[in-house]
Design a binder for this molecule. Sequence first.
Ligand SMILES: *Cc1c(COP(=O)(O)O)cnc(C)c1O
Length: 373
Amino acid sequence: MTTPRVEIDLGKITQNARCLIRRLGARGLTVTGVTKAVCGHPDVAEAMLTGGVVGLAESRLSNVIRMRAAGIGCPISMIRAPMVEEAKEVIRYCDASYNTEKSTIRKLGSHARDEGTEHHVILTVEMGDLRDGIMPEDLINAAALVVATPGLALKGIAANFACMGNVAPTANDMALLSRLADQVDGECGPYAVLVSGGGSANLAWALGDGSTGRINNLRLGEAILLGIDPVSGQPIDGLHTDAFALFAEVIEARLKPSAMPTRPSPLEYGKLELVSNVGQINRSVLALGRQDTDASGLVFPSGIGFIDATSDHTVVDTGKAHVSVGSEIKMEMNYSALMRAMSAPDVEKVVRHALPENGVYKDSGPRPLLRLV
Ligand SMILES: *Cc1c(COP(=O)(O)O)cnc(C)c1O
């Protein structure tokens, strides 16, 4: 089969979505599925919808268009604030967008009027991640603008956490977001229908036992796709962490020194350098590089260690395993590696295991981590 390739187990994605939706539903929260890490892959989006997400969210319009072209008709929100230049297409392809700037909001309103539709606006509030967001003290003013703009409907407010920093929100942050929702409703009418508390980084809070207040939604990407809590990097209980696997072919395998010999230039002669060299090791070169994925975010089978990667090669220490040229190595990916692999044109995407009719996932049995040929 073609390499490099990502194999995608749709049944596991559906099950992860279903499990999170059930747990969060018990706490009064709905789940929006975030598809940006899979580049808006329509089959993955469908797997999330089968699992019960209330809608999809994307940060790139091109990915939204890809999903629409594949026939996905559910509500899709732009979670990255639209660029002014794409406002017209955002109106056409998205039901809602998350916004922070008045000039963009006015532009969206004008295009919505031209198209004769009503576009939903969710206002993103800055709550400490310092990426995008309206300062809390300016929120009412922005809400009033949306309400006063024909063609737009204010549908809610949202917060971001741990997108730039790696800090999970606290109960106090969530209480503040609830108060802001009350304020928007008090000033502008009952508009804060959706109060979206963040992404996967907020699961620890959402699944805790404190009050959820006005928060009624999370936007989940990583937790559904990888079953991982982005703050701790730990697997989330009950979720599949192996819905995706990356395969690459070995194009060279031989014993080589573990480190390059030092070749002092004539000027540096006599200068001593300490280089760790444990002698000869089994090094394999994979036909996979930084152009295909985030090599530092790969997890190799046990016994195989990452050495380095260039744009088109990844070098691993295969230890005692005898790996032959032409064999495949299977890797797991973190979020960053997944996102890059899913958007890389030379990485094939192979979809497997649509969920069976009865909704029960049957494990296909262990697949070998390392196929030795
Ligand atoms: C990426 C993103 C999410 C989803 O984050 P995960 O950590 O993958 O759950 C949610 N909201 C916004 C605005 C995002 O950019």
